[in-house]
Design a protein around this ligand. Sequence first.
Ligand code: AMP
Length: 419
Amino acid sequence: MIHRIKGTQDLLPGEIEKWQYLEQKARDIFARYGYMEIRTPIFEETELFVRSIGQETDIVQKEMYTFADKSKKSLTLRPEGTAPVVRACIENNLLAGSGTLKLFYMGPMFRYERPQKGRYRQFYQIGAEVLGPDNPLIDVEVMEMLVRFLEELEIHPYQLHINSIGCPGCRPKYLKVLRAEITHALPQLCADCNRRASTNPLRVLDCKVETDQAHINALPASLDYLCEDCRTHFAVVQRFLNNRDIHYSVNSRLVRGLDYYEKTTFEITSDLLGAQNALLGGGRYNGLSESLGGPAISGFGFALGEERFILALPKEDYFWMRPEVYLAPLGPACFDFAVTLASQLRRNEIRAFLEFGDKSLKSQLRHADKLRIPFALIFGTEELHRKEIQCKNMRDGTQVTIRAEVSEIIRAIRGDTAR
Ligand code: AMP
């Protein structure tokens, strides 16, 4: 018996419908906001992630699935989607000359993290990137889209947190002050903070260790060190969020774990989740394209964790893509008719399931029930001789005799007629 790898999941029928629902809703809403889909490879050159995410980040230091291929090239299973998307835009010349580019992606990401509820080693993200001007209205539009998305999925409560971590112009001044203050507090801080103090001081603000909290809350905030441009940008973001009635809180400790962010960072959390309470996160990354050899173009994006959205979905049954009708022929003599009927129903866009085994009625109905198919069509040679069929409503158990014609069947199961 070979088992799946720790931190991975099999997504089975019964559960997968929630994923399809989530992904379909994302496609619908992103399309409304003008995004188009992009698919990039699951592995990339390791250098892409080291250069963009940052050498000193947890992802690059501890979490990447990196391996040498047969030609000894260092490859990495993608731990996130932004760097590959920007790489693909540069490589395929999507950024030249055109206006704002809006792209979304969905697919598996890989990080060697400690598996727990809502945290996996292979997990799925849906994300979007806006490549274009450094305009705070983009930040607001993305947040508005995500709020709509959550509302249409009926996920609540949720909280939007925003922050600004400054830009390469003003951040060094802040980091200097932060480093000095952290150094004072070092004896009281945990081992991870001690390590990060010199390599990546911003990440100290992200520490979750209980005994560190009072000391970290007393550290200086990046918001107090923003340059004029960053301050205006953040003020516009807040003004437009207010105008749009989008509730948020400013969280000066929201720094995110990837180095490419600057100016706005944001996160949406929900109490519906456990310890891993972040539904999604993102921010602005103005320098990323240039650092990967592309044009000087700004970016803003986010990624959401599908597993966490699935945990937060309100309903249990998302059987919208399941078969609508189960054809239960009573014996091989009825198979000819069954095959023709299934074909006609499918041509009329009805999702029809036909059992091929020579099974008893009882076992066929049990099967239909297990698959949660709402209607079963039952027919033996006698019924067919009379050109009749039994239509059983699997939810309430009622059964009616109808004529064995497609239009009648469609009326019975959908309440309308064949097209
Ligand atoms: P990040 O790419 O780290 O900014 O994360 C964006 C979102 O992806 C988070 O808010 C989570 O919802 C999700 N996420 C990140 N890491 C994991 C993981 N290991 N397992 C499941 N979801 C994750």
